[in-house]
Design a protein around this ligand. Structure first.
Ligand SMILES: *[C@@H]1O[C@H](CO)[C@@H](O)[C@H](O)[C@H]1NC(C)=O
Ligand SMILES: *[C@@H]1O[C@H](CO)[C@@H](O)[C@H](O)[C@H]1NC(C)=O
Ligand SMILES: *[C@@H]1O[C@H](CO)[C@@H](O)[C@H](O)[C@H]1NC(C)=O
Ligand SMILES: CC(=O)N[C@H]1CO[C@H](CO)[C@@H](O)[C@@H]1O
Length: 343
């Protein structure tokens, strides 16, 4: 009996270990069709929108996503592309086409609080929770290992995913990720969620465009960039405006209070870090004293520094580009990524 119960408790421990290692949201997939205005975004997506429904924090939530089949002989691998704070799944349009053209199935989710996904009135946002949701979506699709690509805030999330689910990530591509540095540690004054919400509420089409021109495109502008301002503005002034600006204020708090920069040494995944040397994105730089702001967002320095901390990292620097190389130089960007993935 004793032996049996020891064996049984051993099994329980083993199962608990397995469950913990794999723990993720559970839910169901629906292929729609869904209304044009889905959870406050009526922007038209380039591929059909599907929805992952799951329970989280005692409420029913939905994550919208696109699931794109390979457009040539499948290589059996799935790429997951994670959008940034001012972006949505469609920002990856050209990248999705390139990856699908190289044989990948591509999954492009919108995170909770963003785009066509739920905008809960009440939610405790964390990088861990958002990646728990995303791993659950992949499980529901029957996707095991992934090639994970994250841009901006999505790069911070992708880093967390690789830390939380290391056994399910084959390759990690970080594109101008937010959080290469700990902003508060460097002197950014903490701002409350309420202050962040007030700042979000003040957004306009012109303000978004001016910010993106300066920060994403190094002062340049092309007509093809306007669609990304329209996509975002559509949500700020959409049917879920109040919930969206609240959620976005919570996300700013998350970026300030949950840095991943102290954990890059723990990333076991083979990683490609891509930066634009002219990128100066720094959350809080605009409300920091000048001497603090001057220390922040030096991607030309942060890129080599962080890549030196990740055990298996390759660095690619675009000398003339800003925060969004996949939008400002899509062909060059796609070549860098596909060449590295083919290695
Ligand atoms: C996505 O790319 C296709 C061409 O591949 C283009 O026709 C479409 O307008 C693009 N959509 C967006 C939202 O960028
Ligand atoms: C999944 O990824 C892990 C970690 O990179 C690797 O050890 C494992 O072999 C992969 N499994 C499959 C089925 O490719
Ligand atoms: C989508 O939302 C915008 C406001 O952001 C509005 O101007 C437009 O008419 C809406 N389109 C549809 C099809 O509802
Ligand atoms: C939280 C929320 O409003 N979710 C909605 C997202 O969109 C789906 C599909 O229309 C709705 O069923 C959800 O209620």
């Amino acid at each position: 009996m004793k032996l049996l119960s020891t064996l049984a408790s051993g099994l329980v421990v083993a199962f608990a270990g397995l469950a913990l290692a794999q723990d993720a949201a559970t839910g169901t997939i629906s292929k729609g069709p869904f209304p044009a205005d889905l959870n406050g975004s009526n922007f038209t997506y380039p591929y059909p929108v599907h929805v992952f429904s799951f329970a989280s924090q005692q409420q029913k939530l939905q994550m919208a996503f696109m699931d794109v089949k390979p457009t040539c002989a499948p290589n059996g691998q799935t790429a997951v592309v994670l959008h940034g704070k001012n972006f949505c799944g469609p920002t990856w349009n050209a990248t999705i086409a390139a990856l699908a053209g190289a044989g990948y199935r591509v999954v492009a989710p919108d995170q909770v609080g963003f785009c066509k996904s739920s905008k809960p009135d009440s939610y405790q946002f964390s990088t861990n929770q958002l990646m728990y949701n995303t791993r659950g979506l992949l499980n529901a699709l029957g996707v095991g290992n992934v090639t994970l690509v994250g841009h901006s805030f999505g790069g911070m999330l992708a880093t967390r995913f690789a830390l939380q689910y290391p056994a399910t990530v084959d390759r990690l591509v970080l594109v101008d990720p937010v959080g290469l540095e700990d902003y508060v540690e460097k002197g950014v004054p903490y701002t409350s969620v309420d202050t962040n919400i007030a700042a979000e509420a003040a957004q306009t089409f012109d303000a978004i465009k001016a910010y993106e021109q300066q920060v994403y495109y190094v002062g340049q502008w092309q007509d093809s960039y306007t669609v990304w301002v329209t996509m975002l503005n559509n949500i700020y002034f959409g049917s879920r405006r109040a919930q969206f600006i609240k959620n976005q204020g919570q996300i700013v708090d998350l970026v300030l209070t949950q840095p991943v920069s102290h954990y890059f040494g723990d990333v076991v995944t083979k990683t490609l870090l891509i930066v634009g040397d002219q990128d100066h994105v720094a959350i809080g730089g605009n409300w920091s004293p000048p001497e603090v702001a001057a220390k922040l967002g030096h991607f030309d320095v942060l890129g080599p520094q962080v890549c030196g901390e990740i055990p298996d990292c390759t660095l690619y620097q675009f000398p003339d580009l800003g925060h969004a190389p996949q939008l400002s130089a899509p062909e060059q960007f796609q070549k860098v990524v596909l060449d590295w993935l083919a290695e």
